[in-house]
Design a binder for this molecule. Structure first.
Ligand code: ZN
Ligand code: ZN
Length: 313
């Protein structure tokens, strides 16, 4: 099970319909939060996102992406949380987030570890915020183009074992039981009749894991195209429509069409647009239309929307 719930989809400021940036990714019962704009904790309650999370990932430190961490950390403290929390962000994270979590509280009753990351970093097995090893996926940090060392995050699952072919196993005379399990793990086994059998031909090749890519604010750029190669889901900002493409360039943002070009170049399976300008708050149909001319599998996020990311095989 892997799904993404959009908690805030408005650029720069909240509107009646949309809150500022935040997104919860839930994978096998684990919740990861990406961005934490003002009011995110209330959106989490509204849309049923667990407060039992251990890691928050920030792409940059414009106010619409992190102010909510002040209240969220305070609420977690009131809930007598004891588990540590890890906050990830680009250079400047220690200063900005360090100030934010101390604002308005005597002390935070649980450990908060702030880690600065840079493009190329892999947040792997030793970095699970709750101390549990991250065994099935890693998070790759990539550069984005929004000024000030902004980054994006790609959650990449490890390959899965190949499928065990029951019919072939039976045909080969391998008795059902522990030997099947060993073969599935890629081991060679000895049968009761003395024959030795390997997994070749009985267990298929490794199957790919899923890839979910979250850009945060950015101009369309090659680093995102690289990070999103073959992504099952690309979540790209699309602050503006084509008629404001100059403004997008000036402010370090993307148009819906530009986001679609990135998805196309990356051969992504699906594109979700988010971080839309207030003028698209009620209807973002225009953005979807412009993007779909380039990349058909596009939708625009709205607050409370959940997108499931299935395996492709
Ligand atoms: Zn923003
Ligand atoms: Zn920004």
């Amino acid at each position: 099970m892997l799904s993404v719930t959009f908690l805030g989809t408005s650029a720069a400021r909240p509107t009646v319909e949309r809150n500022v940036s935040a997104m919860a990714l839930v994978r096998e019962g684990e919740t990861l939060l990406f961005e934490c704009g003002e009011g995110t904790q209330r959106q989490m309650m509204r849309y049923g996102v667990s407060f039992a999370l251990s890691e928050i990932f920030f792409t940059h430190f414009h106010a619409d992406h992190f102010l909510g961490v002040i209240g969220l950390i305070r609420t977690l403290g009131l809930q007598t949380r004891a588990e540590p929390m890890v906050l990830y962000g680009p250079k400047g994270a220690k200063k900005v987030l360090g100030q934010a979590i101390q604002l308005g509280v005597e002390r935070v009753p649980f450990g908060v570890d702030i880690r600065e990351v840079k493009p190329g970093d892999v947040i792997g097995s030793d970095n699970g915020g709750n101390g549990a090893p991250r065994t099935a996926y890693q998070i790759q940090v990539f550069a984005t183009d929004h000024g000030g060392g902004s980054v994006g995050y790609a959650l990449r699952e490890h390959e899965r074992r190949g499928r065990f072919d029951v019919d072939k196993a039976r045909a080969a005379g391998i008795p059902e039981g522990p030997l099947w399990g060993k073969l599935t793990k890629g081991e060679t086994v000895q049968l009761p009749d003395g024959r030795t059998v390997g997994p070749e031909g009985i267990v298929g090749g490794n199957r790919p894991g899923r890839l979910v890519v979250f850009t945060g604010d950015t101009r369309p750029c090659a680093a995102v195209v690289d990070a999103a190669q073959g992504a099952d889901l690309l979540i790209h900002e699309a602050t503006f429509g084509e008629e404001e493409k100059e403004r997008a360039k000036e402010t370090g943002h993307s148009t819906a069409r530009e986001a679609a070009q990135v998805a196309l170049a990356a051969k992504a399976r699906r594109l979700v647009l988010s971080h839309v300008s207030a003028r698209y708050s009620v209807s973002a149909d225009e953005l979807v239309k412009e993007a779909r001319e380039v990349f058909k599998e596009t939708v625009v996020a709205k607050d409370g929307m959940t997108v499931e990311v299935p395996y492709t095989d």
